[in-house]
Design a protein around this ligand. Structure first.
Ligand code: PLP
Length: 384
């Protein structure tokens, strides 16, 4: 199989699986228990916390584990809005992941005024629109670090500067950048930042929210004292341990992996553009997470391309995994100005550790043939 959907999820690294297995066998204690087997688990969780914090340039006390990246995004948005009842305005980009976008839409039904910042044709957020939208009643600005669909990286440092000038905290969803480009909370200047384990070869069902020390935020889950009273519930101990190990592996081999994966992605991009006529690249040409490639094949249905590739055991995506089952056109591709039929013809290939030169060569052999065949079947008309 050739797996080209690393933005949807990644295979669990063998070292992560081993560490989780060891932990599950050896350590069943509740980290809140005061006797040794509980304390030991707390200690192991704190090692994982330290690792995640270290990788993000944060302090250990600034990392709060959650049940997913989605939960961390919800925690940031609702936690800040609830803590600032005198402020009822929220600013997000139009291309956020549904975890932020649907939270914003929910709040809108509850009398929060939401501004959806437009993006240009490369998917970069309009900073003038941000300046115009900020008011003394703005509670939060939430703009993702990079798009899961097209990979475009946002100018988060500038966004944070502009928002902070008006005293407004900033959240960024770094689920798709962590492990792929540098993510440092201090350099980015953000107050809150989301990451998710299963995008970095860790287990599913565990994420983390960085909350800058001193940030005014309400608890997200109410109950026990876990996660310093901000996120109650007995911790997903094995998941957190796996997350910590995934980050260790990332630091160990990230430097080697990154340039290799980027080189493969560039070769694939170049090959597709050279071998297939009338292809359109979606996303920023350079300011992008390089492993994310999104192409439109005007006149075709992305789903037909996906299914044809799947018969060759090549797995890609038609958009974000979360919207895969819906008939809706991608809000990201619409926001960058694509007509619905062009958006519907777009596929995403996202590369990762498992890919090789051979994979790229195989895709560059199979994909042009598939496109040519599908174009014949659908009586492709270049004038359309
Ligand atoms: N944010 C972005 C940008 C994502 O790509 C994803 C996953 O697709 C999420 C949030 C959600 O993370 P999780 O799957 O851990 O809920």
């Amino acid at each position: 199989m050739i797996y080209l959907d690393h933005n949807a999820t990644t295979p669990v690294d063998p070292a992560v699986a081993d560490k989780m297995y060891w932990f599950l066998k050896e350590h069943f204690g509740n980290p809140s228990s005061l006797y040794p087997i509980g304390r030991k688990v707390k200690e192991i969780l704190n090692e994982a916390r330290e690792r995640v914090a270290g990788a993000l340039g944060a302090g250990r006390g600034e990392i709060f584990f959650t049940g997913s990246g989605t939960e961390a995004d919800n925690f940031a948005v609702f936690g800040i809005l609830n803590a600032l009842p005198e402020r009822n305005e929220l600013i997000v980009s139009a291309i956020e992941h549904p975890a932020v976008l649907e939270s914003a839409r929910y709040l809108e039904k509850n009398d929060v005024r939401v501004t959806y910042l437009p993006v240009d044709s490369y998917g970069t957020v309009d900073l003038d629109a941000l300046r115009d939208a900020l008011t003394p009643r703005t509670a939060l600005v939430s703009v993702m670090h990079a798009s899961n669909e097209i990979g475009t990286v946002q100018p988060i440092e500038r966004i944070a500067e502009i928002a902070h000038e008006k005293g407004v905290p900033v959240h960024t969803d770094a689920v798709q950048t962590f492990g792929k480009i540098d993510v440092d909370v201090r350099k980015l200047g953000v107050d809150l930042l989301t990451v998710s384990a299963h995008k970095v070869y860790g287990p599913k069902g565990v994420g983390a929210l960085y909350i800058r020390k001193g940030t005014n935020i309400d608890p997200y889950l109410h109950g026990g004292h876990q996660e310093r009273r901000l996120r109650a519930g007995t911790e997903n101990t094995a998941g957190i341990v796996g997350f910590g190990e995934a980050v260790r592996v990332l630091e160990d081999r990230g430097r080697r992996d990154r340039p290799r994966i980027e080189r493969l992605a560039e070769a694939l991009k170049k090959g597709v553009e050279e071998k297939i006529p009338r292809v359109r690249f979606n996303g920023h040409p350079t300011n992008r997470v390089r492993s994310t490639l999104n192409f439109a094949f005007p006149g075709l249905e992305a789903e037909a391309i996906l299914l044809s590739l799947a018969t060759k055991e090549i797995y890609i995506s038609t958009g974000s995994a979360c919207s895969e089952e819906s008939e809706e056109v991608s809000h990201v591709l619409t926001a960058i100005g694509l007509r619905p039929e062009i958006a519907r013809s777009s596929i995403r290939m996202s590369l990762g550790r498992s890919n090789s030169d051979e994979d790229v060569a195989t895709v560059l052999r199979e994909l042009p043939e598939i496109i040519e065949k599908l174009r014949k079947i659908t009586a492709f008309n270049p004038e359309d």
